[in-house]
Design a protein around this ligand. Structure first.
Ligand code: ZN
Length: 360
């Protein structure tokens, strides 16, 4: 009798425990499913200079050099109605980004300011190796957004290998720089695949970041790339203001030497700012230094002869002030304890898919 009573009490306690346990499990599971990214506190850059509406003056570029154009990021247009609207974009995980982007959520980076320098359109046979020498000497790592068409010969692949071996990040900028919003799904796939294949052949893995030429993308491009889209928050306009042609024109217009002209124009880009005309309208490009903030992504092009020198001077300045650390784009994103992933769109460190998708 007594034994039976004890056994039935144990049975009751055991089943109650089981019920409580199951309820707890269900509660945890349902909690997980309602996480979708709205804990994110994400702010947009205050200057907004990245969206300067400098309309396409890519026709001023020499045809052979995969015109970098103005590459101002524009997020417009609805996704094409054709087939590929499936594949939901992964929601960002529950991270704590920081309002204003002034300090890092990651304790290891608390109080530190970080920026990423990026180079597009390379590699270039002579300019890129010089840039690599400079970066090695200064101990700074950058991100190269490379074009597949510049990775055809063994010499070009050797430069890519060197970029990788020396600790820089290799990212995709397409095969030959088309506007992705004008391409079919098949054409986009080919642009991405051919470039990935070469990068994988040289470095052992495909890139996780994609910068669409001219910053032109839409939801289809984002989904199809399967990579995080990385734009920029500071456009140096090096491809225009300190191109070989601009330096030469400035020297002859002002009766000064090439070197003097180059120094003056590099100074404009980094410290003084300048104006430029596009489509008959005048725009101001503030200096790179005046636009810096924690999380900036800065755009240069390694195919131009003076861009490396400009970046060298920028690095010297940043080291002297000691305010910013420089690293690759992925390293910068990872300081927030989060790997870059497909569906993200970064114009700067704090901006992700969550803030961009509303424009689609
Ligand atoms: Zn480009």
């Amino acid at each position: 009798m007594k034994v039976q009573k004890v056994i039935s009490i144990i049975a009751i306690v055991a089943s109650l425990t089981l019920i409580i346990y199951m309820c707890a499990v269900m509660a945890i599971n349902s909690g997980d499913t309602e996480v979708p990214g709205n804990n994110l506190l994400i702010t947009t850059p205050s200057s907004g200079s990245d969206s300067t509406p400098a309309s396409g003056d890519a026709q001023t570029q020499s045809p052979g050099e995969a015109a970098p154009g103005t590459e101002s990021p524009t997020v417009t247009g609805s996704p094409e109605s054709g087939g590929t609207t499936s594949a939901p974009v992964t929601a960002p995980p529950d991270i704590t980004a920081v309002p204003g982007g002034k300090t890092s959520a990651n304790p290891a980076y608390a109080g530190k300011k970080i920026i990423a320098i990026t180079f597009d359109d390379g590699p270039h046979g002579t300019n890129t190796p010089k840039i690599l020498d400079m970066l090695k000497e200064k101990g700074v790592h950058v991100t190269f957004f490379v074009l597949g068409e510049n990775l055809q010969s063994s010499g070009q692949k050797a430069i890519l290998k060197r970029e990788f071996d020396e600790g820089h990040e290799i990212a995709s900028h397409s095969f030959n720089h088309p506007d992705f919003k004008t391409l079919s799904a098949d054409e986009r796939a080919s642009q991405l695949q051919r470039t990935d294949d070469i990068i994988r052949e040289v470095t052992g893995s495909a890139p996780v970041l994609f910068r669409p030429p001219y910053g032109n993308y839409n939801q289809d491009v984002s989904v199809q790339s399967g990579k995080a889209i990385v734009l920029w928050s500071i456009d140096s306009r090096d491809w225009d203001h300190i191109s070989a042609k601009s330096v030469s024109n400035y020297a002859s217009a002002n009766g000064i030497s090439q070197d003097e002209a180059k120094d003056k124009l590099i100074n404009d880009v980094l410290f003084d700012g300048f104006t430029y005309t596009s489509g008959g309208k005048e725009y101001t490009n503030p200096s790179v230094v005046s636009q810096l903030s924690h999380g900036s992504i800065i755009l240069f092009h390694d195919i131009h002869p003076y861009s490396g020198e400009a970046v060298g001077k920028l690095i010297d300045y940043l080291k002297q002030t000691g305010e910013y650390e420089m690293m690759t784009v992925s390293q910068m994103i990872e300081t927030e304890q989060r790997a870059p992933q497909a569906g993200d769109v970064y114009a700067y460190m704090w901006e992700t898919y969550a803030t961009q998708k509303k424009n689609w």
